[in-house]
Design a protein around this ligand. Structure first.
Ligand SMILES: Nc1ncnc2c1ncn2[C@@H]1O[C@H](COP(=O)(O)OP(=O)(O)OP(=O)(O)O)[C@@H](O)[C@H]1O
Ligand SMILES: [Mg+2]
Length: 361
């Protein structure tokens, strides 16, 4: 069997221009290298899986390249990585600071990448401080962390700080698209959107969900299967419930809800999700707000279609009904009934307006 390499490793960018969504950082670093304005201590912080370690390695390599020492071996020689998560004692740091004093045998710089730097013990931090305060000219430190608030101010103030951002859903989606095409995986765009959305800004998470989906779906990633694996209610389920409610089909709505609960979905999440669905319908009613819906393009079309059948007032009422049930859910002695009442009310919305029309005529 061929060795399977997870996508997060296989597709770790090797150059700044393939790093997704962090151009505010990669551009700055590029310029800093060009103009010899790189600080001696840099701190990369931001959420997990957004490219901190990746950028630290690219930067380290680039500094060496600039330095003219270009053979593979020299890179390895002048770049030192310390994972502070497992080497967090004073002794580990002393080992490192002892080495730092010696100039590199080849090239101009020695680059130290200290990953997960927030894990250093406070004694280790203090031991490090001295070196960081007056680093030898040949030393460059790149620190990386997800928890900037755990870094003591004396360290922070000695570093040039780079804040990495969560990556935008669309950027993750198009990155996944590129990989799917390279790997010859069939996909529905909206399925990749859903994965990107679920990853919550972390590209590594997106890639590992993607790998899971490739295996589960046997190279054919559909929205339906993705929703199933991620245990997310498919948009279509909400669209369906809203259609049934529109036609006042109370029994059908209640049994659709029952099916959803039977699949193991939490009724509370369901009713909150239905509330968001009606919120999205409101946004879909106008091209100005259509962009505020966070779903894939194809699903957006469906929202647009459905929103035409709903009056603005009915949508507002629907959002309120769901919101009310959402708020009351936790305090209700019979939470399922709370959701069912909401569904019955939703299915009677235009019924009421029909009744009042009849009365008025
Ligand atoms: N901005 C990005 N562009 C392209 N790929 C990325 C990006 N961020 C993360 N990845 C992918 O995720 C993997 C992990 O990224 P990386 O190790 O750089 O994250 P990190 O920010 O250091 O995360 P952690 O805080 O968990 O250490 C990379 O190998 C790469 O495949
Ligand atoms: Mg990292």
């Amino acid at each position: 069997m061929e060795n399977f390499v997870v996508s997060a490793r296989k597709y770790r960018p090797q150059e700044f221009d393939t790093v997704v969504g962090q151009s505010h950082i990669t551009d700055t670093l590029d310029h800093a290298i060009e103009n010899n304005q790189l600080a001696q201590a840099l701190l990369f912080c931001g959420p997990r899986g957004v490219g901190k370690t990746t950028c630290a390695r690219i930067l380290a390599r680039k500094i060496n390249e600039k330095d003219g020492s270009t053979s593979e071996d020299n890179f390895a020689y002048n770049i030192f990585e310390l994972d502070a998560a497992s080497n967090n004692s004073v002794d580990d740091i002393r080992n490192l600071t002892d080495q730092v004093r010696f100039a590199p045998q080849v090239g101009k710089y020695k680059i130290y990448i200290i990953d997960e730097v927030h894990m250093l013990s406070s004694a280790a931090f203090n031991a490090f401080l001295k070196t960081l305060e007056e680093p030898p000219e040949h030393a460059i430190f790149i620190l990386a962390t997800t928890e900037k608030h755990k870094i003591i101010p004396t360290i922070l103030s000695r570093c040039q700080i780079y804040d990495f951002k969560r990556i935008q859903i669309e950027d993750i989606q198009s990155h996944l698209k590129g990989i799917a095409e390279k790997e010859k995986v069939n996909y529905e765009e909206d399925a990749l959107f859903l994965i990107a959305q679920k990853a919550d800004g972390a590209l590594r998470d997106a890639l590992s969900i993607f790998d899971r989906m490739v295996t589960f779906s046997q190279n054919n990633i559909t929205l339906e299967k993705t929703a199933e694996v991620l245990n997310i209610l498919d948009y279509d389920q909400y669209l369906n419930i809203a259609d049934l409610a529109k036609e006042n089909k109370i029994p059908e709505v209640l049994s659709a809800f029952n099916e959803i609960v039977k699949k193991g979905f939490d009724p509370h999440i369901f009713i909150a999700g239905l509330g968001s669905h009606f919120r999205d319908l409101m946004m879909a009613k106008n091209p100005m707000t259509l962009a505020l819906i966070e779903v894939g393009e194809k699903s957006k079309q469906k929202y647009s279609e459905q929103s035409k059948n709903w009056s603005a007032q009915d949508v507002i009422d629907a959002v309120e009904i769901c919101n009310h049930a959402d708020i009351n859910y936790k305090n209700s002695k019979n939470p399922r009934l709370t959701v069912e009442i909401a569904l019955m009310q939703l299915s009677s919305l235009n019924q009421n307006s029909l009744d009042s029309k009849k009365k008025n005529s």
